[in-house]
Design a protein around this ligand. Structure first.
Ligand code: AGP
Length: 608
């Protein structure tokens, strides 16, 4: 996903902008660029490849004078990742420079209109139309040129704009993508997320769709889409720079796996007071919960896998029909939704385009919407009627770990709280479940401690070409997540399969070259899993079993064993994913993969 940064102040802008880009690298990109305004001119440098390439071309920014500028890391959507297509983009006479995150869906018509007016385009990008429109509409009024330009655009566009004739002034626009303002002393910033800013200021403003902001070194002014000045809350970021750094681990992913006990604790503990779960922050009342006759949980990737786990748990406790649906499917499905439907949108980044679109579709049909999100002030958080924040802290690795387990924690909290509000739990069972929730942070730690041998299993299995992850019930949902983790960071093909389905065709693929990871953490289904293990072993497969700590039965069946600590069965999917995260990590490490930034992937998929 693209990243944008803007700075205006009294210090030299380019080095600060490059530092901001480095802190956005985790978002995934393939080119970068920077533009600064100085003495009535715009100086711009762009580079395909890494921010390091850009730094090399600008002596780490020192070669660019000027105290006001914009910068960008590009994730190519229109046009190859070349210097020409990299952002920023200049207007015809170099009066404006613009950086953009998103997709301008009507860019072709705008480009044709501008070309008909004699404009010669330099790049293949959709973004370049913005630069030319700005120059077209500029009559000396910067703000009006920005507003008139934005009014022509359709799609998703977070813009940063620099004008050669407006020293020290920047404008930025937010439409369907993340944008944050940073408030400094004698300097101000905008950026795609907090990570780019946190080293220089912890006072931030979260922009909303349709808003634009004007920045000078002394002042930040936010306007609504009519151009009227509006007041915005200033938030204080509790992260520090270290939290967004690796903390001594080889990869962000391993750091974030190890952070899970604390992240789960931060998500659960503050919501339990005196033995009672308090989710008043969701804005849902007991009466509203009583009116719900269907729940749809939606998300993409790992967030969808969390949705599948949530389906089992909420349905079991609340006795309400629950669907888990891929957001990219839900947005186009003619689903049966009305005012008695609760949509739970799950997302770490809060910026996933398919999830946002599914929310808009369901809310337009009358659904109430609760978001489970990690990024405060993200688009999904502000779009939903209520938000239950996971408190995982910044997640830098593209492959989510603590983002996923804290989504499970939030879904468990909601399930127990909702069941209690609906009168579905007697006091003893409620108390037992609350205790089970409070035990999860230590169980996450236990899951780490029990599986330190996994790095040696990875040495044995890292050369596998095809794996199956099989499980039943919630173990099947965990198998989906375990399979995705391995695929996305090691590039080894694997498939999650409902264990009971194997004999309906897929077992034809099983032979002595296959490794089957068998998840056996649902006690009441253990014997069924043993049958499935025996089926695949009879056809030559090797089996890596995942069982509850102390269950010795697995040794009779599996070639190697991973362990999950015993816990409330409904919550088993949380600790049991941790050995699978570690397995994927160490296999990828054995294979020398780019673990934190896997090929082809971005941390947040803000385009369809
Ligand atoms: C998970 O490891 C992947 N990075 C990906 O599947 C991710 O979960 C998905 O893109 C959804 O992202 P979100 O949670 O930010 O909405």
């Amino acid at each position: 996903m693209c990243g944008i940064v803007g700075f205006t102040g009294t210090a030299q802008a380019a080095p600060i902008l490059l530092d901001g880009l480095r802190r956005l690298e985790y978002r995934g990109y393939d080119s970068a660029g920077v533009a600064v305004a100085d003495a009535g001119r715009i100086e711009m440098v762009k580079a395909s490849g890494s921010v390091a390439n850009l730094a090399g071309k600008t002596s780490d920014g020192a070669a660019l004078s000027g105290t006001c500028g914009i910068a960008h890391t590009r994730w190519a959507t229109h046009g190859a990742p070349t210097d020409t297509n990299a952002h920023p983009h200049l207007s015809e006479h170099g009066l404006f420079a613009v950086v953009h995150n998103g997709i301008i869906e009507n860019f072709a018509a705008l480009r044709a209109e501008l070309e008909a007016g004699g404009i010669a385009f330099r790049s293949e990008t959709d973004t370049e139309v913005v630069a030319h429109l700005l120059e077209k509409y500029y009559d000396g009024d910067f703000k009006r040129a920005v507003m008139r330009t934005a009014a022509r655009l359709e799609g998703s566009y977070v813009l940063g704009v620099l004008c050669a004739r407006e020293p020290g002034r920047l404008f930025c626009v937010k439409e369907a993508g993340p944008l944050i303002l940073g408030l400094g002393v004698g300097e101000n910033y905008f950026a795609s997320d907090v990570t780019a800013l946190v080293a220089r200021t912890k006072n931030v403003v979260y922009m909303d769709d349709g808003e634009l902001a004007e920045l000078t070194p002394e002042r930040v002014t936010v306007y609504d889409r009519t151009g009227r000045e509006i007041a915005k809350d200033v938030s204080h970021v509790v992260w520090n720079v270290e939290a967004a750094e690796k903390g001594g681990y080889e990869h962000f992913m391993l750091k974030e796996i190890m952070e899970q006990p604390r992240a789960v604790k931060s998500t659960i503990e503050p919501r339990i007071r005196g033995g009672e779960i308090d989710l008043g922050e969701t804005g849902l009342t007991a009466g509203e919960l009583g009116d719900i006759d269907k729940i749809i949980i939606t998300g993409c990737g790992s967030a969808y896998h969390a949705a599948v786990v949530g389906k089992y748990v909420i349905e079991s406790l609340c006795r309400i029909p629950v669907e888990a649906e891929l957001a990219s499917e839900l947005r186009y499905r003619d689903a049966i939704i009305d005012g008695r439907t609760l949509l739970i949108a799950v997302s770490q980044s809060g910026e996933t385009a398919d999830t946002i679109a599914a929310m808009r579709e369901c809310m337009a049909r009358g659904a109430k919407c609760l978001a489970i999100v990690n990024v405060v002030g993200s688009t999904i958080a502000r779009l939903a009627g209520g938000v239950l924040y996971t408190r995982a802290g910044p997640e830098i690795a593209v492959a989510t770990t603590k983002g996923y387990t804290t989504q499970l924690a939030a879904l468990y909290l909601f399930a127990v709280w909702c069941a209690e509000k609906l009168g579905r739990l007697d006091e003893a069972r409620y108390s037992e479940l609350v205790s089970g929730l409070r035990a999860l942070p230590s169980l996450a730690q236990r899951a780490i401690d029990l599986n330190l041998h996994v790095r040696y299993l990875a040495e044995r299995w890292h050369g596998q070409e095809n794996l199956f992850f099989i499980g039943r019930n919630m173990d099947y949902a965990a198998a989906m997540e375990g399979s995705l983790k391995l695929k996305e960071i090691s590039y080894i093909h694997s498939e999650a399969y409902a264990a009971g389905e194997l004999k309906h065709g897929t077992i034809a693929l099983i032979d002595e070259k296959r490794l089957v990871v068998a998840l056996c953490c649902q006690e009441r289904l253990f014997d069924k899993m043993v049958s499935n293990i025996q089926e695949v072993k009879a056809r030559g497969a090797k089996v890596l079993g995942l069982a509850i700590e102390g269950d010795r039965r697995i040794f009779a069946e599996a070639d190697d064993v991973l362990y999950s600590p015993g816990c409330e069965q409904l919550f088993a999917a949380l600790p049991e994913i941790i050995p699978l995260q570690l397995f994927a990590y160490y296999v990828a490490r054995e294979n020398g993969c780019a673990i934190d930034k896997p090929r082809n992937l971005a941390k947040s998929v803000t385009v369809e």
